[in-house]
Design a protein around this ligand. Sequence first.
Ligand SMILES: C[S@@+](CC[C@H](N)C(=O)[O-])C[C@H]1O[C@@H](n2cnc3c(N)ncnc32)[C@H](O)[C@@H]1O
Length: 329
Amino acid sequence: MSSKGVQKFNFRAILLKTQLYRIFWTSIYYSFLEGYMNPFLRKLSQPQIRERILREKLSEPLHMILFSLFAGIFGSFETKVYFDLVVRPHNAFCLLEAARNAHRRGYKSFTAIEFGVANGAGLINMAKIAEQVTRATGIGIELVGFDNAVGMPPCLDYRDHPELYQPHDFPMQNYEGLLAQLPPTAKLILGNVSETTAEYLKTVRPECPIGYVVLDVDYYSSSVAALKVFDGASELYLPETLMYLDDISTEFHNPWQGEYLAVNEFNEEHAMRKICPYNMLREKRLFKGATWIGQVYFLHVLDHILKSSHVNRKSVILGNPYLDLPSAG
Ligand SMILES: C[S@@+](CC[C@H](N)C(=O)[O-])C[C@H]1O[C@@H](n2cnc3c(N)ncnc32)[C@H](O)[C@@H]1O
């Protein structure tokens, strides 16, 4: 073989290698764009998302933004939840918190419900987060979604916020596709919640109590019907069941319409079940400007067996550094 031939052969091999490298890196680049950047850029194209990022994240001191970046790249799932880096941070916080509550109370699993599913973005998000919460805590999560599939039903009167929501808004367009994205244990219950909630309640098991409920059915009348899910026996709930009220965050929501009114009436009608905001949550969060913090509530199940007696543990002793007495218990 002449030296010219060897050179030509090498040149071809190099050319082939270069092409392969180019194809490899181009596919990595495009899958990165498709997988991460496009959804991110699509989100950024929505003015309310840009406004929220500006207000909630970029208004923080520079060192917090840098910590966030570090947590985003190297942090565990729990760290990302702490830094509000998971999509729909309310679901991440509430599912993780409910799992910790369940663990503390000795449960191995709990049920998480979304009232108002529409095209399922929220429910799929819950499913993805639930998987990570289970991996982090060992607590199983069963998901249930409620929707009538055809969009908002007829509205009752001014209490349903007809100026904001109207019949047939938010129809479910791809039931099969949505079901395929959910884990096999998830249930999608179709029908008006005024008819489906009571039947569903009969299927809840005390060993997998309801621990987190997202209320996103917009209307007052639908919220009243959905809140009947809290009318079951006390052992069907975690003693403190987390809630996320989706429709209380605009300047137009008020105590005489919509979800606020439904919750207030629920509290008036139930002596031993009370819904109220999660106490001091804003003070406990790192990024205090996030809107979702004000939308996290608790159902306190006052008639729960775990609230009716003392926990069985050693007495607690308070320390006193002035007398050199240590804390114990
Ligand atoms: C705003 S959408 C839910 C959005 C969804 N949670 C998400 O994150 O994408 C409200 C949904 O509530 C449902 N809905 C409202 N009232 C209902 C009722 N009485 N029974 C069943 N579904 C109802 C509507 O069909 C609609 O899909």
